[in-house]
Design a protein around this ligand. Structure first.
Ligand code: NAD
Length: 311
């Protein structure tokens, strides 16, 4: 495989690069280092099969150039993190919409297989048990404060579908549900690294809302092999596929678990959504994936438990 990974200097992207290189593939990363970092890739520097190009997916000419010699594109670059999205909704929309258009267009021109990282946020405020990939649920119910992110990712999915249908581009859409693991930073609002950082520093662990909201956290080490397998599975082409963990926990329970596992003396503090993110912020009470489709397509079965992930 000669792969391009956009957003490869980020949390998920850098683990994908490690996996691809370890399996004998060539990898070229395009990343503007806005939320990613070169240190995430320092273990690969000097490897003749690896290259990092610093630049933006908004630069159409650069995107074409970078993709001109590959056979596979993993498109992970995006404006991410609750703070980024709530503070700069239009800028996020632009990156996540126009950037994807540039990347998918270049992949189609090259005839390269294409995967786009989408998100559980496309399900909007849907609290049902085990969200399934049914198309009629996409963007079904707006989540006001993060709508620009959900809308752009939903549109990214549709653009990928259209390219797949109209040009025969082999394309896969992965909907990630709260993926966590090493190299994820708490700077942009991700809850697990933020809690662990606060616990290790002996600072209060700040739970937003009342902590009864429930989430399933998926290990990056479970989803990376799944991402690569989906790309190699023609039955997955032009489908959206959920990927995530299945162990559900309340955010309050997560905070307590982090305190216990780190042996911290931090106390847990509750902060209103309004104080954390500003007026009008909304969050989902529950978000849990149904991963039966990934199970059927590639035998996906998450192995890592929350304690392994935090540890
Ligand atoms: P991340 O911030 O670590 O990675 C995103 C990367 O994209 C960063 O390296 C950043 O520098 C890069 N980037 C941003 N704008 C860019 C631009 N204009 N041009 C080039 N590079 C740019 O976040 P992550 O958690 O690794 O997310 C990777 C992908 O997975 C994203 O598309 C995200 O929407 C999606 N996703 C992640 C999760 C999760 O739980 N982590 C959940 C749902 C979806």
């Amino acid at each position: 495989m000669k792969a391009v990974v956009t957003g490869g200097a980020g949390f998920i992207g850098s683990h994908l690069c490690d996996h691809l290189i370890a399996h004998g593939h060539e990898v070229l990363v395009l990343d503007d280092l806005s939320t990613g970092s070169e240190t995430n890739l320092e273990q690969l520097s000097g490897n003749p099969d690896f290259e990092l190009v610093k630049g933006s997916i908004l630069d159409k000419t650069l995107v074409r150039d970078v993709i001109s010699e590959c056979d596979t594109v993993f498109h992970l670059a995006a404006a991410v993190g609750v703070h980024t999205i709530v503070d700069k909704p239009l800028q996020s929309l632009r990156t996540n919409l126009h950037g994807t258009e540039n990347v998918v267009e270049a992949a189609a021109a090259r005839g390269a297989r294409f995967l786009v990282a989408s998100t559980s946020e496309v399900y909007g405020k849907n609290d049902t048990d085990g969200l399934t990939e049914d198309a009629d649920r996409i963007l079904g119910s707006p989540l006001k404060s993060r709508w620009s992110y959900a809308a752009a990712k939903g549109l990214d999915e549709l653009v990928a579908y259209v390219y797949g249908e109209e040009t025969g581009l082999p394309c896969v859409i992965t909907r990630f549900f709260n993926i966590v693991g090493p190299r994820q930073t708490g700077r942009y609002g991700m809850v697990v690294p933020r809690f662990v950082g606060q616990a290790l520093a002996g600072e209060p662990i700040t739970v937003y809302g009342d902590g009864t909201q429930r989430r399933c956290f998926g290990s990056v080490f479970d989803i990376i092999p799944a991402v690569v397998k989906l790309m190699e599975t023609p039955a997955a082409y032009n489908r959206a596929v959920n990927l995530g963990g299945l162990e559900e926990v309340t955010i309050r329970g997560l905070a307590e678990r982090v305190v216990e596992l780190t042996g911290s003396s931090s106390r847990i503090e509750y902060v209103s959504y309004e104080d954390a993110y500003g007026e009008g912020y909304e969050d989902m009470q529950r978000r849990m994936p149904d991963t039966a489709l990934a199970g059927g397509l590639i035998g996906y079965k998450p192995q890592r438990r929350l304690d392994d992930i935090i540890g």
